[in-house]
Design a protein around this ligand. Structure first.
Ligand code: CP
Length: 316
C-alpha cells in the first residue's frame, strides 16, 4: 500500500517538489474544470473563520467533480459535547477521501495527519504554518517574476503571528532570496525563524521603517494584517494595528516588476488607492489559490502531473 501523503508543512518539500506543484497549478490554470475527482469526497473542517482558503478549496473540489462536506463553525459539531479532535478526524475519515482542516492550535494539523487514515491538508494551524497559502504565494511570485530565484522580498507587518510569512520564508530557502523583515518590535520575526534563516543561508535584514526607499529595492512587497485574534492583550493590538499603511504615493520609486502581495483579508494596511495600481496583485493572488489548491488536492490523492496533463475528463 502506498504511503499516505499529507500537506502539513511546507518545510519538508524539496525544490523539485515545489516546482512540480507550480507546474501542476499551471495545468489547472489552463483547464480548471474537469471531472478528475469524480466520485471523491473532500471534507473541509474549519475550526477558525476563513473566506478564501475554505471557499477556494471547496471551489477546487467542485470544479474537479468532487463533492464537499464539512463545517465552518465547530460550535455546530459534537466537539461542543466534548468529542476530541482525534475522534472527529476518525469519524470524518469514514466519510471523506481527504480532509482539509484549519485549527487554532499550532500542531493540530500534524496531529490530525498522524491519526487520520486519509490525507490531511493543513489550511492553517494557529500562528504556525499555512502551506497551501504558500503554494499559491509561490505560484503568484513565479507567474509575475518568471522565476523564484534571487528575489528581494519585503515582509511587512505582523511577522510574529503571521503564519503565511513563516511558511513563505521556509519555502523560499531553495531559491536564494534576500528578505527584509519590516515590523515594529512587538511584532518582529520570532527568533526561531531567524535561526532557521541562518541555518539555511537565507539572507535577511530587519528594520522598523516602512517607506518609499524600502519599497524601491523590492521585487515583492508582502503585506500582512496584524492578527488581532492572536493577541492576549488588546491594548497592545490597538497600539500596533495601524503601524504600517501602504499608500499609492509610496510606490513612485518601485521597480517595474514589483508586485504587492497580501494573503488577505486586509484591514487598514493597504489603502484602497493602491488597488488600481499595476503593482497591486493581491486579488489575482487569491484567484491563483484556486489552481494551487486544485493541484494540492490531486497531489495528496496520488494524482500525478502526467495524469493531469493527459486527463481525458477536461471540460470546456
Ligand atoms: N489568506 C487566508 O488564509 O484567508 P482566509 O482567512 O480568508 O482563508
Amino acid at each position: 500500500m502506498p504511503t499516505k501523503k499529507n500537506l502539513v508543512t511546507i518545510a519538508h518539500l524539496t525544490k523539485e517538489e515545489l516546482m512540480y506543484m507550480m507546474e501542476m497549478a499551471g495545468e489547472f490554470e489552463k483547464h480548471p474544470n474537469r471531472k478528475i475527482l469524480d466520485g471523491r469526497v473532500v471534507a473541509t473542517l474549519f475550526f477558525e473563520p476563513s473566506t478564501r482558503t475554505r471557499l477556494s478549496f471547496e471551489t477546487a473540489a467542485n470544479r474537479l467533480g468532487a463533492r464537499v462536506i464539512g463545517f465552518t463553525d465547530p460550535k455546530v459539531t459534537s466537539s461542543t459535547k466534548g468529542e476530541t479532535l482525534k475522534d472527529t478526524i476518525m469519524m470524518v475519515s469514514n466519510y471523506a477521501d481527504v480532509i482539509v482542516m484549519r485549527h487554532y492550535l499550532e500542531g493540530a494539523a500534524r496531529y490530525a495527519s498522524e491519526v487520520s487514515p486519509v490525507p490531511v491538508v493543513n489550511a492553517g494551524d494557529g500562528a504556525n504554518q499555512h502551506p497551501s497559502q504558500t503554494m499559491l504565494d509561490l505560484y503568484s511570485i513565479y507567474k509575475t517574476q518568471g522565476t523564484l530565484e534571487n528575489l528581494e522580498i519585503l515582509l511587512v507587518g505582523d511577522l510574529k503571528y503571521g503564519r503565511t510569512v513563516h511558511s513563505l520564508l521556509m519555502a523560499m530557502r531553495h531559491f536564494n532570496p534576500t528578505f527584509h523583515f519590516i515590523a515594529p518590535k512587538e511584532l518582529a520575526m520570532p527568533e526561531e525563524y531567524k535561526v532557521y534563516c541562518r541555518e539555511h543561508g537565507i539572507r535577511f535584514t530587519e528594520q522598523e521603517e516602512f517607506n518609499e526607499h524600502a519599497i524601491a529595492q523590492a521585487d515583492i512587497v508582502y503585506m500582512t494584517r496584524v492578527q488581532r485574534e492572536r493577541f492576549t492583550d488588546l491594548m497592545e493590538y490597538e497600539r500596533v494595528k495601524d503601524v504600517y499603511i501602504l499608500r499609492e504615493k509610496m510606490l513612485r520609486s518601485a521597480k517595474a516588476n514589483m508586485k504587492i502581495l497580501h494573503p488577505l483579508p486586509r484591514v487598514n494596511e493597504i489603502a484602497y488607492d493602491v488597488d488600481e495600481n499595476p503593482h497591486a496583485y493581491y486579488f489575482e493572488q487569491a484567484h491563483n489559490g484556486l489552481f494551487a489548491r486544485e493541484a494540492i488536492i490531486c497531489d495528496v490523492l496520488g494524482i500525478t502531473l502526467d495524469d493531469v496533463k493527459n486527463d481525458p475528463t477536461i471540460l470546456p
